[in-house]
Design a protein around this ligand. Structure first.
Ligand code: G3P
Length: 215
C-alpha cells in the first residue's frame, strides 16, 4: 500500500519525504487555505513547490463545478508538472470531465466519494484514483472501512484498474485497517503516519537494551 500525505504544508511534506516512506501528496482547497495560500498564481506556484519535494503523484483539486470550467482548470493544473494529478469532485460534470481527461492521458483523482456506486462510476469513467472519505463516514456512524472493502470487491470482480485512495484518515488504526481492506493508497495526516512508530514495548525494550549495552 502506498502512503500519501494529505496536506499542503511544505515542512510536513519534507518530513514525510525524509522518513523515506512517502509515495505522493494529496491537497484540497481547505488544506491550501489552512496554509494561507491565496490567489491563483500563488496556488499554482505552491503545487510546483510540492512537486519539487516528492517523487510521486501530487493531487491538485479543481474549483470549477461545470464541465468546461473543470476542463480548463484541470488542463492548466496538468501542465504545471508531470506529477500533477487532477482532482475532480464526484458530480455529474466531474464524471464527464474524468472521462475527458482519461481519454487525453491526464491522471485524475475522483474526490468526495462516499458510496460504492459513486466509486463504480468513477472507475467506469477511467479515474486513476478514487478517494473514499472514511473518516467523514465514521463521523456519521457509517462504516468507512466497510466502504473500502466494498469498493475492493467490486474493482477486483470486474478488473477495474482505478486505485483505491483511502482519504479522510484520522488515526493510525485507520491506516492499518485500510491496508487489511486492500486500499491501494492511504492519504494521511503526518501525525497518523508517525503514530505508526509507537509502541510502549518498543520503548521499554530499547531502554533495556541500551542499559544492558553499558554493562
Ligand atoms: O483527502 C481528503 C481529506 O483531506 C479530508 O479529510 O479530515 O477533512 O475529513 P478530513
Amino acid at each position: 500500500m502506498k502512503f500519501f500525505i494529505d496536506t499542503a504544508n511544505l515542512a510536513q511534506i519534507k518530513e514525510a519525504q525524509d522518513l523515506g516512506v512517502l509515495d505522493g501528496v494529496t491537497t484540497n482547497p481547505s488544506l491550501m487555505a489552512k496554509e494561507g495560500i491565496k490567489g491563483q498564481n500563488n496556488i499554482l506556484k505552491h503545487y510546483v513547490d510540492i512537486c519539487k519535494i516528492v517523487t510521486g503523484d501530487v493531487s491538485a483539486e479543481v474549483i470549477a463545478t461545470d464541465f468546461e470550467g473543470i476542463i480548463k482548470e484541470g488542463e492548466a493544473l496538468a501542465d504545471l508538472h508531470e506529477r500533477i494529478v487532477v482532482k475532480v469532485p464526484m458530480i455529474r460534470d466531474g464524471v464527464k470531465a474524468i472521462k475527458y481527461f482519461t481519454d487525453k492521458g491526464i491522471k485524475t483523482n475522483c474526490t468526495l466519494v462516499f458510496s460504492a456506486g459513486q466509486a463504480l462510476l468513477a472507475a467506469k469513467a477511467g479515474a486513476t484514483y478514487v478517494s473514499p472519505f472514511i473518516g467523514r463516514l465514521d463521523d456519521i456512524s457509517v462504516d468507512g472501512i466497510g466502504l473500502i472493502e466494498d469498493i475492493r470487491t467490486i474493482y477486483d470482480v470486474h478488473g477495474f484498474e482505478t486505485e483505491i485512495l483511502a482519504a479522510s484518515i484520522r488515526h493510525p488504526l485507520h491506516i492499518v485497517q485500510c491496508a487489511k481492506a486492500g486500499a491501494d493508497v492511504a492519504t494521511c495526516p503526518l501525525s497518523a503516519i508517525t503514530a505508526l512508530l509507537n509502541h510502549p514495548l518498543t520503548d521499554k525494550g530499547l531502554a533495556q537494551f541500551l542499559a544492558d549495552a553499558k554493562k
